[in-house]
Each structure stands twice: as C-alpha cells, then as structure tokens.
Design a protein around this ligand. Structure first.
Ligand code: PEP
Ligand code: MN
Length: 358
C-alpha cells in the first residue's frame, strides 16, 4: 500500500516534469512557426502549406517508436500544426495598417468643413436615389433645417434586379451638387465601378462603396488613390475582419480618409431587412481609429423602430447616422418602405437632440 502511494507520487512528479518539457517544446515550436509566418508575410506566401505539413507529419511518424500509437501521435501533431497556423493569422490581423495602435488618436475626417469622427455625431440623410430636382431640393431643404449636413442620394444604383430603376447617373450627380451648394451641404454618393470614380469625384465630397461592392478589390484599390474620403459599407455577408481587410485595401493605396459604415448583415431573422450588428460599432472603434457610421435604413428596412435603434447606435459609440428620407415615400422609385417622410425625419432628429448635439 505504502509502496504504491510512493510510486504514484513519483510518477506524478515525473508527469509534471514531462508536462513542462512539452510546454517548453511547444513554445519553441510556436516561436519558430511565428518567425516562419513573418518571413512568409514578407514573401507574400500563404501561411497554410498542406504539402509541407504532410511532409512534417511523415517525418515525425517515421521516427515514432511508441508507446504512443501512431494515430494518436498523428492527431496530436495535426492539432499543433492547426493551432500554429491560426496563431500566425492572429499575428497578421494585429498588424493591419487600419488597426489602431496603442494611444493612436482617432481619425477625424474633414469633408470641406463638415467633421466626421469629431466631438459631435454627424447626420447623413437624403433619398435612396436621386429622382428629380423637386424631390431632391424639397427633401434636402427640410433635412438641412434639422441639422443634417451631408446629403445622400444614389446616382448609380446597385439594384438586385436589372429591371429596377438604375439611377440617373451624371444627371443625378449634377442635381446633388447644385442642391448641396445652394444649401451648404456636402454630398455622398455611391460608386460602383472604377471607371466612374473620376466622374463622381467631380461632384461628390465623399464616395460611398455599397455593401455589394465591399469585396470589389479593384474598386477599393482605385479608391485608395483618390484624395477624397471614402465611406465603405460592410458587406452583408462579411465578418468584421473581412470588413477591416477591405478598408486595408483603400488604406494601402495611400487614402487614409476612410469612414466605416455598419449597415446590417444577413441572418436568418426576417423581421428586419438585415440584422444590425451593434457590437461591430465598439469593436471597429477599438480595433481601428476610423469613424463609424450606422445606416439605420438599410439595416432595418422599416421605419417604426428607427428611434431606439438610432439612439442605441450612438450610445454604442457611432460617429453618426445615415438614413434615407424622401418627401413622398410612397412614390419613391426605390426602398419606399424604409424612407422617412419629412415629419418622420424631423421626429427622429428631435428625439436624438434630447441626447446629442449635432
Ligand atoms: C445605399 O446606401 O444607397 C445602399 C444601396 O446601401 P447598401 O449598399 O448598404 O445596401
Ligand atoms: Mn436604399
């Protein structure tokens, strides 16, 4: 009895020492694999190399003399390899240029005197699409009187159906500029194709990338070369990491004036058009220095809950809100159900003014 207890105690001590050896060797392994990851980053090579991994596994198994069975040894090594590739990825995630480094000030964007990412939240409003002069002017005049300083309106519309209204293109751009100049507002409008950037730049103060184009890397690369701010909307199927990597494409081209826009992601929920990912707001604010805007129209697709959601978005740290508004929503050529009429827009802004200054 006494003997068994002593033996068990000794074996346990040996086991603890073995654990320490394993730990030391695992740390050695991870330090090597992180260095490999850095060299691969410099060479532009992927971290995961299935051929090299199976060679390493073969090497180990050939030398294994037991008593650990081959299949268990294989399982353990495969887990270690997998974890090391994940860790290499974590290293690069932290190294993005759009990541906030400790103590870094937030990016403040000056759109010709209208500040985004400053002390006060900013309001961006306007119709889904520019339709005709009276529609734009009537809507914009009312919004401006409420404290909306940035006018939105689609000139090039990314419609799901090719048979839906596609936008008035340059005619709409001209109307946006004229109305904005009359009312001292700034213009934001969507760009869908690299070949339209030059044209849109002549009329808009901020260029918007829509949700469908977040993965359009040739477009993002070209927007990296311009000197106007870009508002990048989150892809409706994109993770936050993919969203930040898309912003990195713009940043890499030299354009650091990027505004991130959370506009909801597609989930199984059907009560709202998309699911607004409220947690993305503080995460993006922590992980990047960039201003974050929340689109309360495309995320919800309905008007009856905009007040609490707008309030929640600002409370979560958003630097501003975007909403669609039309002086006569039932007659709107697109997104009629989510565009606020002038009274609804006024109610929204009045409600928010109880808590925030614009
Ligand atoms: C828009 O803001 O006009 C738009 C089409 O939004 P999203 O790209 O988020 O659908
Ligand atoms: Mn719309």
């Amino acid at each position: 009895m006494e003997d068994n207890e002593n033996t068990l105690k000794a074996l346990r001590q040996e086991m603890s020492a073995a654990n320490e050896d394993i730990m030391t060797q695992l740390n050695r392994f991870f330090s090597i694999s992180n260095r490999i990851g850095m060299v691969k980053d410099r060479m532009g090579l992927p971290h995961f190399d299935p051929v090299r991994e199976s060679e390493m596994l073969k090497e180990v198994l050939l030398k294994n003399r037991g008593p650990m069975p081959m299949h268990i040894m294989q399982r353990v090594f495969m887990e270690i390899f997998k974890a090391s590739v994940e860790e290499m990825g974590a290293g690069t995630r932290r190294k993005l240029k759009v990541n906030r480094f400790p103590g870094q000030n937030s990016t403040v964007i000056d759109a010709d005197g209208v500040i985004i990412g400053g002390a006060r939240p900013v309001l961006i409003g306007g119709p889904c699409a520019v339709e005709y002069m009276d529609q734009l002017l009537t809507t914009a005049t009312h919004l401006k009187s409420l404290g909306v300083h940035i006018l939105r309106g689609g000139a090039f519309k990314p419609r799901t159906s090719p048979y839906s209204f596609q936008g008035l293109e340059e005619t709409a751009l001209k109307m946006l500029k004229e109305v904005a100049e009359t009312l001292d507002m700034r213009v934001i409008t969507e760009v869908m194709s690299p070949s339209d950037i030059g044209l849109i730049e002549q009329y808009a103060d901020i260029l918007q990338v829509g949700t469908r184009n977040m993965y359009n890397y040739p477009l993002l690369k070209e927007l990296g070369k311009i000197s106007k701010p870009v508002m990048l909307k989150r892809g409706f199927m994109a993770t936050i990491d993919e969203f930040m990597l898309a912003a990195e494409y713009i940043y890499n081209g030299g354009n650091e004036q990027i505004i991130l826009c959370e506009r909801g992601i597609r989930t199984f929920e059907t009560q709202t058009r998309n699911t607004l990912d409220i947690s993305a707001i503080p995460i993006l604010k922590m992980e990047t220095p960039l201003p974050v805007i929340v689109d309360i129209s495309h995320s919800l697709g309905r008007k009856d809950i905009v007040l609490p959601i707008a309030h929640a978005a600002l409370a979560a740290g958003a630097d501003g809100l975007m909403f669609e508004s039309h002086f006569n929503p039932p007659m709107a050529l697109c997104d009629a159900e989510q565009q606020l009429d002038l009274t609804e827009a006024e109610n929204l802004v009045r409600y928010l003014k109880k808590f925030y200054e614009f």
